[in-house]
Design a protein around this ligand. Structure first.
Ligand code: GUN
Ligand code: FE
Length: 423
């Protein structure tokens, strides 16, 4: 058992934070045992004192492309389709080279941890070996993940287009090999409807059922994607309907990135399977997809997490996406007031921690029984103007940098110096 002292903040529910000022959090075998306003009686155990610093849960990134990490912060001048073909696909091709993949994935994971993200739903590339390296390293580090070997067997450049048979065979090998992992588990990853044949989708549905594995994809991200999905598969009714009809829903977690242009039927299906819609605020801005109806969808009962969607976004910090999500909800209401509402900081923090973390088990909160995956935040106060712990947390999300994360705990163990992201 170990005690940590500080200002402890975690989400109570969608709209409220639990704030424990000047308190103690007890951690036993990597799990939170309890939070105490005074030093507990049984306290003949080590105390680590973080003074007035904040102790908060680590973040969850529900949509990120690890292979696009080398591209971050550049090449933002094209819209989705052209951006993929001109910049992203040629980069993803390079992951056929295991040495390149190892260097890029090492840098990505170090930087993700540097930014305080310990749980992530990740796209690899079509390459099984490279994606295998990524999932193995996450498992070794104890990072929580749902990691996918990407499937694409049509309308893609030759160098990134699999045969249906290869795609299914390699995916099955990937599932077999990693299905018993403890923290970093496989997830099926058809890229999006425009690059997947029906035979592939049905085959993946069969694998999903056989291995009881969930699915991640891009859902109604742009008008082009939504229309293309319906044109390709008109009998499925809507983009989400394609995955339902292929048997891909109901075998495990369902994670749909973006969900910006859903029809009623998309919403009905997502609710039926308890699927997550992932808002990726910076990416939405950079490749101009549109703005999710975050508040309205949450009110309808859809689970919503936050994603960086590197390299659509350039910044790995989910704390920045929390602030951006609040900002985007204001634009949404300004330009489309009908049926939309703004979201609060508390709500956005919930999406980036407890709501997102629930995908991985008991992570994303500091309630008893949860993994002590936590961050210590400091160096963000002014000497001349007192802010409350919640205001300091809000400030961290608006202007924080990795230097403000003074310590990181993963499963109760302190993470020693991360290498940062420069490779
Ligand atoms: N849709 C299909 N592939 C991608 C991708 O790599 N990034 C984003 N943002 N959208 C996609
Ligand atoms: Fe994406």
């Amino acid at each position: 058992m170990e005690l940590f002292h500080g200002n402890i903040i975690t989400s109570k529910n969608r709209n409220e934070l639990s704030v424990w000022e000047d308190s103690y959090i007890a951690v036993d075998h990597g799990l939170v045992e309890g939070i105490y306003p005074q030093m507990p009686e049984f306290a003949d155990i080590p105390v680590t004192d973080y003074g007035e610093d904040l102790i908060i849960p680590a973040f969850s990134d529900l949509h990120v492309h690890a292979p696009q990490y080398p591209q971050r912060g550049t090449q933002m001048d094209l819209l989705l389709h052209d951006w993929l073909h001109q910049y992203t696909f040629p980069l993803e091709r390079r992951f056929e080279d295991p040495e390149f993949a190892r260097a890029a994935y090492d840098a990505f994971l170090d930087d993700m941890l540097e930014h305080g993200t310990m749980h992530a739903v990740i796209f690899g590339t079509i390459h099984r070996e490279a994606t295998g390296y990524l999932i193995e390293r996450m498992e070794r580090m104890g990072l929580y993940g749902l990691v996918g070997k990407v499937n694409m067997d049509m309308d893609s450049p030759d160098y990134l287009c699999e045969t249906t048979e290869d795609s299914l065979r390699e995916t099955e090998t990937f599932l077999e090999r990693y299905q018993s992992n403890r923290t970093a588990k496989p997830i099926l990853t058809p890229r999006f409807a425009p690059t997947c044949t029906w035979k592939l989708l049905k085959g993946l549905g069969t694998l999903g059922y056989k291995y009881q594995t969930g699915v991640q994809t891009h859902l109604v991200e742009s008008l082009w994607e939504a229309q293309q999905a319906k044109k390709l598969y008109p009998e499925c009714g809507c983009d989400t309907g394609i995955y339902e009809q292929a048997g891909l829903l109901g075998n495990g977690p369902v994670v749909g990135a973006h969900f910006i242009f859903p029809e009623d039927e998309d919403i009905r299906i997502m609710k039926k399977y308890g699927g997550y819609a992932v808002q990726c605020p910076d990416s939405t801005n950079n490749i101009l997809a549109g703005i999710m109806r975050t508040g309205a969808l949450a009110d309808e009962g859809i689970r919503i997490g936050l994603g960086s969607d590197i390299a659509g976004a350039s910044n790995l910090g989910i704390y920045s996406q929390i602030a951006r999500s609040v900002q985007l909800s204001k634009y949404k209401v300004f330009y489309e007031p009908e049926g939309n509402r703004t979201i609060s900081f508390e709500e956005a923090f919930y999406m980036g921690t407890k709501e997102g973390g629930a995908l991985f088990g008991k992570t994303g909160s500091l309630e008893p029984g949860y993994a002590f995956d936590a961050l210590v935040i400091g160096g963000i106060a002014d000497r001349f103007y007192k802010l409350s712990p919640v205001q300091l947390l809000e400030r961290f999300c608006y202007l924080g940098e990795t230097k403000h994360i003074r310590a990181r705990y993963l499963g109760g163990r302190k993470v020693c110096k991360t290498a940062g992201g420069t490779g």
